[in-house]
Design a binder for this molecule. Structure first.
Ligand code: TMP
Length: 214
């Protein structure tokens, strides 16, 4: 076990499609690296070869229907691989990890969006993640109309992007509820503004992270 001072910090970035997570994660990583930290940027579902293979199963339109229970279990199978083979080893060696989505995405999409029971999600988190939890979570928040319009410009829609607006309204609401329930872990950023404005907000969140986790 690495002691608390040398262990890396685990930061997750969440939000519905089209809120600009990838762009802002790159900026945040650059800021943390500039301050002298080694940073590993990763994503879910995915982040290891097998977890990326599971990602394809999850987001592509497959040949058979995807039961909601199978979706939840696949998401957690990929996350168990990600934690064991990438996130935990990085944190233990002092590397900071920024993940584009983590367990809150299951709470929001499978719990809020699909309506699956919270206790099933929390049991899987407890069972599969070896106690790994984010130190801090940035929630990029925007109304689904705004996010989906942006995401729609990226071409063919995957299995999640094909969901109705109401699905994303439920996902967004669950994210906001999670943030309200754990204000010390979440920073909520209004991502509906121009890129410049959101970038400034992400930068000040980055400064806060550096100060807080020195
Ligand atoms: P994205 O990374 O391109 O946003 O696509 C991943 C999709 O997977 C996104 O629509 C959200 C979904 N997802 C879940 O439903 N549950 C999860 O736990 C995670 C990590 C992602």
């Amino acid at each position: 076990m690495t002691d608390a001072r040398t262990r890396g910090r685990f930061i997750t970035v969440e939000g519905i499609e089209g809120v600009g997570k990838s762009t802002h994660i790159r900026r945040l990583a650059a800021l943390l690296e500039h301050a002298g930290h080694a940073v590993d940027v990763t994503r879910e579902p995915g982040g290891t070869p097998t977890a990326e293979a599971i990602r394809e199963l999850l987001i592509e339109h497959g040949e058979e229907p995807m039961p909601e229970a199978a979706e939840l279990l696949l998401v957690f199978a990929s996350r168990a691989l990600h934690v064991a083979n990438r996130i935990r080893p990085a944190l233990d060696s002092g590397v900071w990890v920024i993940s584009d989505r983590f367990v809150d995405a299951s709470r929001a999409y499978q719990g809020g969006g699909r309506g699956l029971p919270d206790d099933a999600i929390e049991s899987l988190a407890e069972f599969a993640l070896d106690g790994v939890k984010p130190d801090l979570t940035l929630l990029l928040d925007a109304p689904p109309e705004v996010g989906l319009a942006r995401a729609g410009r990226r071409g063919a829609k995957d299995r999640f992007e094909s969901e109705a607006l109401e699905f994303f309204a439920r996902v967004r609401q669950r994210y906001l509820d999670l943030a309200a329930a754990e204000p010390e872990r979440f920073i909520v950023i209004d991502a509906s503004g121009t890129l410049d404005v959101v970038e400034k907000a992400v930068e000040s969140a980055g400064q806060h992270i550096l100060k807080h986790f020195k």
